[in-house]
Design a binder for this molecule. Sequence first.
Ligand code: RIB
Length: 298
Amino acid sequence: MKIFVVGSLNMDLVIKAPYMPENGVTMHGEGFMTNPGGKGANQAAAIGKLGGEVYMVGCVGEAFGDELKTTLCKYGVHTRYVDKLKGVSSGIAVIVVVDGDNRIILDAGANGKVDAALIDKALASAERGDYLVTQLEIEQDMVAYALKSAKEKGMTTILNPAPAAKVSEEILANSDFFIPNQSEAEFYTGIYPKDEASAQACAKALAAQGVKNVVITMGGEGSACVCDGNYEKVDCFPAQAIDTTAAGDTYVGALVTKLAEGASMREAMIFASKASSITVTRRGAQQSIPYRNEVDTL
Ligand code: RIB
């Protein structure tokens, strides 16, 4: 099965800080680094590193564009559907890490230029049963277009609704799997999921909006899904978190990789939990995502 990821590629500018500064304050941080990220590219990198056949569909700009493409290639991602555009910067994410958690500010740059022609070109090689994964870091009408085109081709579609934003009924109807984290799930339902009762309530509220299958990532609380009406819960694997950046992206990429291999939902969730538990023990985005052998031997 081929997996197409239609989404963002960002260069992450990361700094660690002891606390979040107040308005007007200048303070010292440490450990500045640049490293390739973007929710779309991170999910593609996870699939590539974990052994899936994955095609990134997106745009980069002149600044950082070559590095973003080369890094994905290194992780086993096909980049023939990543266009490099002139006169625009690549997407940028400014990330402040405090106590292992992150705050992210985005400038979409070239991610805002993904268009229907590029999606058509990529999906021309897709077949019934292939997978399409997308997020909300490109223009929302392109998210809608990608999901609709994929459904017309008989593909399985996955929406990671991040960063959370109001989406159309059409987007929800064309998403086979909806994979939010806790705060995103709360954004869409008003319920913060942290245990079986609240996760079930979230899934019910999302179903009322037209969502078919829900998988909620709940950090230290593990992950829960309601798929085909069945509830599954998988605990998180214990890990010493030093940077949670790309943990959710790793989960999504790993889950899809396993589902595309024919695994059950529970097997895929366990694999995804293991993979993301490794990601949080390392700094950065794509560079922190484990390879297949690391997950298999955990
Ligand atoms: O999910 C983590 C990612 O969010 C970062 O890599 C950053 O680029 C933002 O898109």
